[in-house]
Design a protein around this ligand. Structure first.
Ligand SMILES: O=C(O)C(=O)C[C@]1(C(=O)O)C=C[C@@H](O)C=C1
Length: 368
């Protein structure tokens, strides 16, 4: 599925790269909305898009679950002061109807909704025939197909103005993050869905104010297309997500500290870069030849195992291979994690190849 419209073609006057989406976690009162807008202007931090949560999915009942539809009437205040498009999260058909009634410019689907194809389909059905951009946050769990599937469900009903948001993934053990980032997943999404822009949401990834800059910078380094950062005039007293919101002034500092890299595609690579890339091409060719050679030998070992009735998986040998190669890799300045992942991958392929041969052999025997 491709040929969706990118942010710069949404008809909202947005740019292509490094969109800044900011605003409070939740709309609380008209006064709060106005104060945030005024502080944004004062700090010279008017975002490209203003965000405000109206309905908040909370983990447990009892905490503030959003102000509801009335908050949408306050968005006129934003239009008056900032004159930028407005986005809010929708989690069901009623939210969609209400958001459309009040002229919300961009919708987003949250992680807790993306995870449920029934819910996404209901929202998509409610949007049939409507011309509105929709951004889809990654599901709670790192499941690329589920993320892609949600975008496809929207495109199938005719929503063509699409973008994705990486807000990290729930992780029961790693408590360094509120939602652990998985940088390879948005990059993978961009690879399989050409032109898909991915906004990064460092607020939900780090869950505090201190780590925002570092995570935002990493997102830019990984080539993501924009940032969504929760912004409140008085973060400590925010009604939701108080710990991770920043003032417009602080947001200005964060944005000014980020080193926005140039997109390389836009210009001709220098002579030096071209030389270095040629060297990489050459090494990759050699790597592939060596891998092909290794697997040719693996196939011979497979034949031998079949003839001598040996199991494909050889735990002791494999442990020795893993340990020695990992150690050698570390000595050559390759990370242990990388070495282990690479070796697992190679081993899995070896086992699959040998096992396939064994199966073929069984089916030949059966047919004679
Ligand atoms: O040494 C073997 O028995 C092999 O088949 C090779 C190999 C490998 O890829 O290095 C593959 C499978 C075994 O579990 C152990 C090692």
């Amino acid at each position: 599925m491709e040929n969706h419209l990118q942010t710069q073609d949404w008809g909202l006057g947005l740019k292509e790269k490094h969109l800044i989406i900011a605003g409070p976690c939740s709309a609380e009162t008209p006064e709060q909305i106005e104060k945030i807008c005024l502080d944004m202007k004062e700090a010279n931090m008017v975002p490209d898009v203003f965000r405000a949560g109206i309905w908040k999915p909370r983990t447990r009942p009892g905490s503030f679950e959003g102000i509801g539809e009335i908050g949408l009437t306050w968005m006129e205040i934003v239009r008056h002061h900032l004159n930028v498009p407005i986005t809010t999260e929708v989690g069901n058909t009623a939210h969609v109807e209400s958001a459309l009634k009040h002229g919300v410019d961009i919708l987003w689907i949250g992680a807790r909704t993306t995870v449920n194809p029934f819910a996404v389909q209901e929202i998509a059905d409610a949007l049939k025939g409507v011309d509105i951009p929709v951004m889809v946050k990654n599901p709670m769990n790192p499941d690329l197909e589920l993320w892609r599937g949600a975008l496809e469900r929207l495109q199938t009903v005719g929503i063509n103005k699409l973008a994705a948001i990486h807000r990290g993934f729930s992780d029961a053990y790693d408590k360094r993050f509120r939602n652990k980032p998985n940088w390879s997943m948005p990059m993978h999404l961009k690879r399989i869905w050409k032109g898909m822009q991915v906004i990064n949401d460092p607020s939900h990834i780090v869950g505090n104010r201190e780590g925002l800059l570092e995570t935002a910078q990493r997102a830019v380094n990984f080539g993501l297309d924009g940032l969504m950062i929760e912004t409140h005039h008085d973060p400590d007293n925010a009604w939701s997500d108080a710990k991770q919101q920043v003032t417009p002034r602080r947001l200005r500092e964060i944005i000014d500290s980020i080193d926005f890299k140039k997109p390389l595609e836009a210009e001709q690579p220098s002579e030096k870069l071209q030389d270095l890339r040629r060297a990489v091409d050459h090494i990759d060719d050699q790597l592939l030849d060596l891998l092909a050679e290794r697997f040719a030998i693996i196939d011979q070992i497979g034949d031998h195992k079949r003839e001598h009735n040996l199991t494909v998986f050889q735990a002791e040998r494999w442990k020795a291979v893993m340990d020695s190669r990992t150690q050698k890799g570390i000595e050559k300045n390759l990370s242990e994690k990388f070495m282990k992942e690479l070796l697992y991958c190679i081993h899995e392929e070896s086992v699959k190849r040998q096992e396939k041969k064994l199966r073929e052999d069984v089916s030949v025997k059966k047919s004679v």
